[in-house]
Design a protein around this ligand. Structure first.
Ligand code: FAD
Length: 409
């Protein structure tokens, strides 16, 4: 939608081909139906939230950043507001108001929107640039639709999304178009997705949310992500903001021999401080059974499982707890180890890691380096970021740049 708008602004006559029955099916479900359309942070913060290929985005973001996007949406009739963490939403809290802003922009520019229109193939022909021997050897000719109809075009922009939530229409068609025309693909993996885990006790904690815990993800014994925040236990493993963000770094890892998450349940206390706290609790507990003081240290659901997980004797008197047993509890609390077995699949992934390799795309225009006048934009590219409005901003920035970049026929 953004690419079509920007393209129409250059004076081109534009056709937007959408295979669904309506526009913006994925946008509709974003931000739990409220659409976190961008993030009102500064430039440096924006790039710190991009997980894959941030440098590739410099040009696109400079030309159409979060402020430009917010201005565009408001100018097209949808008021925005900024919430916690600089997350930007429509004032109405309805994602369809974002889609409506785009519909108005498309209609103002007389973009020919064709729904139920699936592109089957990208059509190219041989091309020789007499002045530039390094120029691509192919040029775009148009597209072929599932109906068999052929549409000729001087320029084609592929903005078909990734493969996550395929029910919204993002089924990876763009990857086929790209590979058939010689572009390299980076293996696609689910990202911003919950983890599946090995230990049985994790699933027994389902429904428990831990706030202000620190999660560190270790892949092949190296820490690749560490952050403090909120974690949710589920019937298959772990989810919640911390796990989702960590999953993007898991997706980025090339070869995974081992993957663990370490949780620090009391990140505000050093090991020494927490040990002193334990000594205090055991002194106060005195002749109480160990299991009866655990509620002072952990949420109830977790407290009831501590002895099962650690092997500590629930009936031991507090004043009989040994130094070694205290150490076991300390380790459990400050370095709770969970084995990662994988992630949930694309049906539950907010974003797709991987896609069309950015090495084959000119970052200043979004044009393919292999096929003249063929452009790629959005999640179909090997770009992904944290939650918070960054992924939509990436789609809009790259879409804008692809749309406005010129072509020579
Ligand atoms: C549940 C969920 C919540 C999310 N929440 C947020 C959020 O709040 N903030 C945020 O920044 N990001 C969010 N995201 C991520 C964000 O939605 C995507 O990164 C973004 O929509 C990508 O835009 P896109 O235009 O590249 O692809 P898409 O939005 O996937 O659009 C691609 C379009 O191309 C169409 N298409 C595909 N193949 C063909 C074909 N062959 N012919 C014709 N049409 C075709 C599809 O039908 C689809 O409409 C969320 C994602 C999910 C799944």
């Amino acid at each position: 939608m953004m690419a079509a708008v920007a393209c129409a602004d250059t004076g081109d006559s534009v056709i937007l081909l959408e295979k669904n029955e309506k526009l913006g099916k994925k946008v509709f479900i974003t931000g739990k139906g409220r659409c976190n359309v961008t993030n009102a942070c500064d430039r440096d913060a924006f790039f710190s939230h991009v997980v894959s290929n941030p440098k590739f985005l410099y040009s696109a973001y400079s030309q159409f950043d979060n402020e430009a996007l917010m201005e565009f949406i408001e100018a097209n009739g949808t008021a925005l507001k900024v919430e916690r963490g600089n997350r930007v939403f429509p004032v109405s809290d309805h994602s369809y108001d974002i889609i409506d802003a785009f519909k108005r922009a498309l209609s103002k520019r007389k973009v020919d929107v064709r729904l139920h229109c699936e592109v089957k193939d990208i059509l190219t022909e041989e091309y020789v640039d007499p002045e530039d021997k390094k120029a691509p050897s192919k040029i775009i000719k148009g597209v072929k639709l599932s109906s068999g109809e052929i549409l000729s075009a001087d320029k084609v922009i592929v903005a078909t999304g990734g493969v996550s939530y395929p029910s919204t229409g993002s089924t990876g068609d763009g990857y086929d178009f790209a590979s058939k025309t010689g572009h390299k693909l980076v293996a696609s993996k689910p990202a911003l997705v919950p983890f599946t885990t090995k230990e049985e006790w994790v699933t027994k904690l389902q429904g428990l949310t831990l706030k202000n815990v620190k999660l560190s993800l270790h892949i092949n014994d190296k820490c690749v992500y560490s952050e403090q925040g909120e974690l949710l236990f589920t019937h298959f493993g772990i989810s919640g903001p911390l796990a989702l963000t960590a999953s993007s770094y898991y997706a980025k890892a090339d070869e995974i021999k081992s993957a663990y998450v370490y949780l620090d349940l009391k990140p505000a206390l050093s090991n020494d401080e927490f040990d002193k706290r334990l000594i205090r609790e055991f002194e106060n507990g005195n002749r109480k059974e160990f299991k009866n003081i655990l509620g002072e240290l952990y949420p109830q659901k977790l407290a009831s499982l501590v002895c099962d997980i650690t092997g500590l004797d629930p009936y031991k008197r507090c004043n009989e707890i040994s130094g070694a047993e205290r150490k076991t509890l300390l380790k459990f609390t400050k370095e709770m180890k969970i084995t990662i077995t994988g992630t949930r699949d694309f049906n539950e992934a907010i974003i797709t890691h991987g896609g069309v390799s950015v090495k084959d795309i000119n970052p200043k225009t979004m044009e393919s380096k292999l096929v003249r006048n063929l452009y790629f934009a959005g999640e179909v590219l090997d770009l992904d970021a944290h939650t918070g409005g960054f992924n939509l901003q990436i789609a809009f920035s790259t879409g804008y740049l692809a749309g406005k970049s010129g072509y020579e026929s």
